[in-house]
Design a protein around this ligand. Structure first.
Ligand SMILES: C[S@@+](CC[C@H](N)C(=O)[O-])C[C@H]1O[C@@H](n2cnc3c(N)ncnc32)[C@H](O)[C@@H]1O
Length: 255
């Protein structure tokens, strides 16, 4: 099963740069919101990483998403955060465990599909935070685990990093009724508002962030726009459809 275990590509550095900016902005924005609503909002940040990896890239030594999130949380939220990291590969899991000292973090060596077993009962509308999925190129986007977290914590936002071409490639061998496009996956997560990062490289790497907060800034200077803007619709179409499907959508066949 090739999707298990950490791998890097020429896109990894750009991905971590985007992630660093996004998590920084997200933590700052949510901190401002919860401090403004201290009467009812929980005064802490909750972060879930569904594809945590080893924490430190074994070749370049650069930090991966769990350690970037931890570094930012320590700087922005001080001690007011809780984090759950899921990693299926035992080698990556042990490396990650070794790199983490914070008592506010739980690391699980299991399939993220089991996330429901680790969530508290009931719905908590007072908790802000983020769930992040970053599978390897294979289209295993952990949509169900993400959805389960967002249902339990409606104010926890959802973000994923994916190579859109890997989804299209997987769809190309499926019968029409089984085809699940990137946008179908996104729509399965109950969030009102989505922003998308410009797809990059021939693999069309993109990041989608879903939130219930309608006033979410588009962060255009970091190449993120609303999926309802003209540019957002164009980027989503690039990620959803093959070249030929896009041509057909523009020029429907006459016969
Ligand atoms: C691209 S790497 C993640 C890198 C990490 N987010 C970072 O920024 O450094 C994907 C990771 O997801 C793990 N993984 C794949 N499927 C998984 C699953 N179903 N549950 C938990 N972890 C999984 C892989 O073993 C791999 O370490």
């Amino acid at each position: 099963m090739a999707y298990i275990g950490y791998s890097r590509s020429e896109h990894t550095q750009a991905k971590q740069l985007s992630f660093r900016k996004m998590i920084d902005l997200h933590m700052q924005i949510t901190l401002n919101i919860v401090r403004k609503h201290s009467g009812w909002a929980k005064q802490s940040y909750r972060y879930f990483d569904l594809n945590a990896g080893p924490g430190i890239d074994p070749i370049t030594g650069e930090l991966g998403s769990p350690l970037i999130a931890l570094e930012k949380a320590n700087a922005i939220w001080k001690d007011d955060y809780e984090m759950d990291f899921f990693e299926i590969d035992p080698i990556s899991y042990f490396k990650l465990r070794r790199a983490i000292l914070s008592p506010n973090v739980r690391v699980f060596n299991c399939n993220n599909e089991l996330v429901d077993n680790f969530l508290p009962d009931g719905v908590d509308k007072t908790q802000y935070g983020l769930v992040y999925a970053d599978p390897s190129a294979a289209p295993r986007l952990a949509i169900e685990p993400m959805g389960a977290i967002c249902d339990r914590f409606p104010k926890v936002d959802a973000m994923f990093n994916i190579a859109a071409t890997s989804i299209k490639r997987a769809n190309s061998t499926k019968p029409p009724e089984e085809i699940l496009r990137l946008d179908d996956m996104r729509a399965r997560i109950n969030k009102k508002h989505w922003i998308i990062r410009k797809p990059i490289s021939q693999f069309q790497w993109t990041i989608l962030l879903g939130t219930n907060w309608l006033n979410y800034p588009d962060w255009e200077k970091n190449d993120f726009v609303s999926i309802h803007s003209d540019l957002g619709k164009e980027w989503l179409a690039i990620c959803n459809l093959s070249e030929r499907e896009r041509q057909r959508a523009i020029q429907p066949t006459l016969f």
